[in-house]
Design a protein around this ligand. Structure first.
Ligand SMILES: [Zn+2]
Length: 104
């Protein structure tokens, strides 16, 4: 797993910079080094959404069948959230132009 780099100046994001860029609700971010506008690649957006969906499916389908107590379920949910937040900055790659999510 690698942290994203700026395609313009090759600046390697720190975990904190990458987390702030990935957690933004805007569709673009700025390189902390050269201030170029960067867009997440369609591939990295799809991958992050898929990982989130798979983890949620595992929780929704398998957690009730394990017959665990509510305390354990909350603990598993907390671990899941921590793992997702830690992973998030690694899942993104950036380009200087915006990808279309749906290729025609
Ligand atoms: Zn840059």
């Amino acid at each position: 797993m690698k942290l994203p780099t700026c395609p313009n100046c090759q600046h390697r994001f720190t975990w904190r910079e990458a987390y702030h860029a990935a957690a933004k609700t805007k569709r673009f971010t700025y390189c902390p080094n050269c201030q170029t506008t960067l867009y997440p690649t369609a591939n990295s957006l799809t991958k992050s959404a898929l990982i989130l969906a798979i983890l949620q499916l595992v929780l929704i389908i398998f957690l009730p069948s394990l017959n665990v107590s509510i305390g354990i379920a909350i603990l598993i949910l907390a671990i899941y959230l921590v793992v997702f937040v830690l992973y998030l900055p690694f899942g993104y790659r950036y380009k200087e132009y915006e990808d279309s999510l749906f290729k025609l």
